[in-house]
Design a protein around this ligand. Structure first.
Ligand code: ATP
Ligand code: MG
Length: 357
């Protein structure tokens, strides 16, 4: 008898369209596991988010880290609600977990997808990039403060914190990621002309780590010039690494260039694998379409496929993405991609494809 691997996944649907896209994804992944019969997967619901905050005063439970450490991975939807300031909800949930769980690598694959339209005039096959975002330091380290609040001379500082350890670990991860891809090509993004401390340290450590990866071609680029290159010469790019702030911005640009934020996935990884990693769509809670049943579930499907790769079910991930791509290529698309299908219509179509496997 063959033994099947079993996985326990925490599902945190969160706010807005989060519950819609997470529920869509669980249906599809459970169907996949059942049809392939090669692994077991259990999703357990965790109710953290803005409703939980309104009832308890906290976005997550007090023992949230111990709770999550019981799971192999976490599938997350979105956080944010129009009646709570974004910096409170974001720090209450996602940023509260990323730091302590040491999810220092945020990985965002970006490629043109069947059914999406790349707004660029690329004569080539479109875009196929891997974005690596440092996920624990920089301007998002939460350091800084305000003085003379409300007075004319009020001042606020947002201190960007960079450490040698923090930069080196993300740089190694990025070089390894670039090495694992066919083109073995990495661009290190900084702003070391005008930011003369942290960004210069980034440049120095990039050069140091590069010595251990002689088979990876790499270059460095200022972030402003990089925005131009992404639009003007997309084919010259493969893997990109940069700071928390820079890659936050570049990854939205990348998602838009690839056609839609509705298909963009992301992984928050602890590359040491001591803690469970969190997989989530790049988009947020999108309250303008919440409850209408039209949210595009593809970004979350793709995030779940990245999760399957991470936990060791690479073949299942490939099969899942094949099914999703066939459905999109057949024109079964939500309105954000110009289609007329609703979320459940896409789910049903993908489940039908899965049944054919
Ligand atoms: P947050 O503040 O959490 O980032 P948001 O409300 O700003 O959330 P985003 O997720 O950033 O919304 O998305 C911006 C817009 O893109 C949304 O208002 C919505 O119209 C559209 N959008 C985002 N995700 C999807 C999706 N999965 N399907 C369809 N449209 C989407
Ligand atoms: Mg937003």
């Amino acid at each position: 008898m063959t033994t099947r691997n079993s996985y326990r996944i925490a599902s945190i649907p969160g706010d807005g369209i989060g519950p819609e896209v997470v529920s869509a994804t669980i249906q599809v992944v459970e169907k996949l596991a059942k049809t392939l019969g090669t692994f077991n997967i259990d999703f357990e619901h965790i109710p953290w988010g803005t409703e939980y905050y309104k009832q308890t005063g906290r976005y997550v439970s007090e023992d949230c880290l111990d709770t999550l450490r019981k799971y192999d991975s976490v599938l997350f939807g979105a956080v944010g609600s129009p009646d709570v300031p974004d910096h409170i909800s974001l720090w209450g949930l996602l940023l509260a977990l990323r730091g302590p769980l040491q999810l220092y690598a945020n990985v965002r694959p970006v490629r043109t997808f069947p059914g999406t339209k790349c707004p660029l005039n690329t004569a080539t096959d479109g875009i196929d990039w891997m974005l690596v975002r440092e996920n624990s330091e920089g301007e998002y380290a939460g350091q800084g403060g305000r003085s003379h609040v409300g007075q004319q001379w009020e001042a606020a500082t947002e201190v960007a914190v960079f450490t040698r350890v923090g930069i080196e670990r993300i740089m190694r991860f990025a070089f390894e990621t670039a090495r694992s891809r066919p083109r073995k090509l990495l661009t290190v993004v900084t702003k070391s002309n005008s930011m003369r401390n942290g960004m210069v340290l980034w440049d120095e450590i990039a050069a140091l780590v590069a010595k251990d990866f002689p088979d990876v071609r790499w270059d460095k680029m200022l972030v402003d010039a990089m925005t131009v290159r992404m639009v003007a010469k997309p084919e010259s790019i493969d893997t990109i690494v940069g700071t928390n702030l820079h890659m936050d911005i570049l990854s939205d640009l990348a998602a838009a260039l690839a056609g839609s934020i509705g298909v963009a996935p992301s992984s928050n990884l602890d590359p040491t694998r001591k803690n469970p990693s969190i997989f989530e769509p790049v988009h947020g809670s999108a309250f303008d379409i919440t409850g209408k049943g039209v949210a595009n579930p593809v970004a979350t499907f793709w995030s779940a496929a990245e999760m399957l790769v991470w936990i060791g079910e690479k073949d299942a991930a490939k099969q899942l993405m094949g099914c999703v791509e066939r459905v999109c290529a057949a024109g079964i698309l939500t309105p954000d991609l110009g289609g007329i299908s609703d979320t459940q219509g896409v789910v049903d179509a993908v489940c039908l494809e899965v049944e054919k496997l």
